[in-house]
Design a protein around this ligand. Structure first.
Ligand SMILES: [Zn+2]
Ligand SMILES: [Zn+2]
Length: 353
């Protein structure tokens, strides 16, 4: 490097440092002068997000799937289970675990246009953010009805949420007035279905979209279902929490995307033994118990392969594949499926055209 090049670099570094120093000093001493600029930038970002959402909602062809949260209840950085589906102007959420609402909002998903929530079963990692989703979508300006679909328990839980949110809703109306806060939209309309045990049932059919709930095997948790979403010859199947299951296989035949839960029992068995050695009896018992009501990778791969699915997306990881070693353990056990496999992250988007 010549000395004039070195001088040039030094000058650039100096100018950059000076620029940041002046910026820091100005925003510290005179923050008020920057408010119009800051508000303008924030508004621009909001408008850009709203415009993108509106474009997505106008799309008449695709099914869009967003893995908002991909964790199981095992500890880690990931948000618990929840998936958004946008299809033909409708915005649906499938499960609403802890953290889903904030993450969905940060992803720019149009919560003020949400019109359907579908719950697979009433484990906390699938429903803890449900009151928050109902309330937040209303606060963000939802003016359409919000429908809540789920198996037995849906009516009871929805009534409990009504009671839980009653005072909060009253505060908002008292403060901002009835015209701004239409309290009739502050609650969800429950649609509890009862007939899927051992079978399947079409629970939604509108605007060319068909959603079928089907029974899965998450015993002793009853009821527990998965969902198939079909539109214009395209199909997305969400397994729900389940052991290897013949109905998932049947529903997922030729699916464009199968979103399947997964559990790495080969690792959990070693974890269980280690916890036993340490005398951590309660943790050992829980790790032992969860191994027989989820699906190990080899069986997920078998289902995906036999069902001839185009894309297999794994989520609800137990444990999360965030260490290279863990991810490679999963991969080794998935070898039977030679199609496209994705280890979903929180916030991923999949578009089926
Ligand atoms: Zn779960
Ligand atoms: Zn579960």
């Amino acid at each position: 490097m010549t000395s004039s090049m070195k001088k040039g670099i030094r000058l650039i570094l100096l100018m950059t440092a000076l620029f940041f120093a002046i910026g820091w000093l100005a925003t510290t001493l005179l923050p008020g002068n920057f408010v119009p600029f800051m508000l303008n930038q924030q508004l621009k970002r909001q408008l850009a997000v709203a415009e993108k959402s509106s474009e997505i909602l106008k799309d008449k062809e695709s099914i869009r799937v967003y893995t908002v949260g991909t964790a199981s209840p095992m500890p880690g950085e990931r948000i618990q289970t929840g998936n958004a589906v946008i299809v033909n102007g409708h915005f649906f959420m499938f499960d609403v675990g802890d953290g889903i609402v904030q993450k969905a909002e940060n992803m720019g998903l149009p919560l003020n246009r949400l019109d359907g929530i579908f719950i697979t079963h009433w484990h906390s990692d699938h429903m803890m953010d449900l009151p928050s989703l109902i309330s937040r979508s209303w606060l963000l300006g939802r003016t359409n009805d919000l429908h809540l679909y789920g198996p037995d328990g849906t009516d009871t839980i929805n009534q409990a949420i009504d009671q839980f949110l009653h005072i909060e809703n009253r505060h908002r109306v008292d403060h901002h007035g009835r015209e701004t806060m239409d309290v009739s939209k502050a609650r969800a309309i429950a649609h509890e279905f009862k007939n899927v045990q051992g079978g399947k049932e079409i629970i939604y059919q509108q605007d060319g979209i068909k959603i079928t709930a089907f029974d899965v095997d998450h015993a002793p948790i009853e009821p527990a279902v998965g969902y198939a979403i079909e539109y214009k010859g395209k199909k997305v199947v969400i397994s729900g929490d389940t052991k290897k299951n013949e109905l998932v296989l049947e529903m997922a035949q030729n699916a464009d995307l199968l979103l399947h839960e997964v559990i790495l029992n080969s690792l959990l068995k070693q974890m269980e033994a280690r916890l036993k050695e340490e005398g951590m009896i309660r943790n050992e018992k829980i790790i032992h118990d969860i191994q027989d009501y989820h699906t190990p990778p080899a069986e997920v791969a078998e289902i995906a392969s036999r069902a001839n699915v185009k894309r297999l997306v794994l989520h609800h990881f137990a444990p999360p594949p965030d260490f290279r070693i863990v991810k490679n353990l999963y991969k080794k056990e998935l070898s039977e499926f030679d199609g496209e496999i994705h280890f979903a992250n929180d916030g991923d988007e999949f578009v089926i055209k």
